[in-house]
Ligand binder design. Sequence first.
Ligand code: ATP
Ligand code: MG
Length: 278
Amino acid sequence: MELRHAQKLQSIGRLASGIAHEINTPIQFIGDSLHFVRDALAALEPLIRAYQEVCAAAGAADASSLARVRTLELESDLDYVLENVPRACDRALTGIERVAGIVHAMRRFASPGSGEMVSTDLNEAIRTTLTVARNEYRYVAEIVLELAPLPAIACQAADVRQVLLSLVVNAADAIAAVTGTDRTGRIVVRSSHDGDGVSVSIADSGCGIPEEHRDHIFEPFFTTKDAARRMGYDLATARYIVERHRGRLSFDSTPGQGTTFTLWLPLDGTAAGSEAES
Ligand SMILES: Nc1ncnc2c1ncn2[C@@H]1O[C@H](COP(=O)(O)OP(=O)(O)OP(=O)(O)O)[C@@H](O)[C@H]1O
Ligand SMILES: [Mg+2]
């Protein structure tokens, strides 16, 4: 239990710098857009004042004040501003949506969960996990999502998201081991309603798992990776969590081609052992 908790904190720590990075980009273009809007409005001010003067003079406006208005229109690049201010606002709003989405996913992900079985939309859990983990895979692979409509399942959602995270990070690691960070890999995430449960498969185009490792990958501390970065504990925890849900975690791998992990969870997880029992 302590290890599991430590591991969860570790994975949040590991994700945190990636998330800061993810948030930084939209924040930057929100800032740029707002600067543009502020400067554009400042540039329009003399023109608007001139309009006001002409309007106040109404029909009596003389030719020279109309000419001044026209000059100010040119000087303030009116057409350009009118075209680009709404665009800048749209960009800023898109950025804000992105930041809000990341923050929302992070809050969901980081919530400790009640330890109780709660009704969960697994597709939503997949999206949340992919959002918080984006920096872990974006340099190595594109994600292809094939999510089918799913019934809600009863599960310990925080733990299930932790399992999904482990599988996604492993997929990205396996791809990075072959192609490095040239973004040519593929991770296909599928979900389906499968009998009296739901399945999620995560298929990567990575290095595959050699025959001699297959019996060991679920063992605690078995790792083929740099020990400074990886602990070799994620799959052991994942299997433990899945078994507690009376689910299944299996894989199929072709060295040199890739690996598919398949997670199956029952619709009604109420039969699973509670924290206290285990
Ligand atoms: N998708 C995959 N493709 C190829 N090998 C994999 C894949 N997933 C797991 N493995 C193998 O299983 C081993 C154990 O995985 P596990 O996630 O438990 O540990 P890890 O990734 O090495 O470290 P960490 O506990 O930090 O995740 C990995 O080191 C790797 O050799
Ligand atoms: Mg791992």
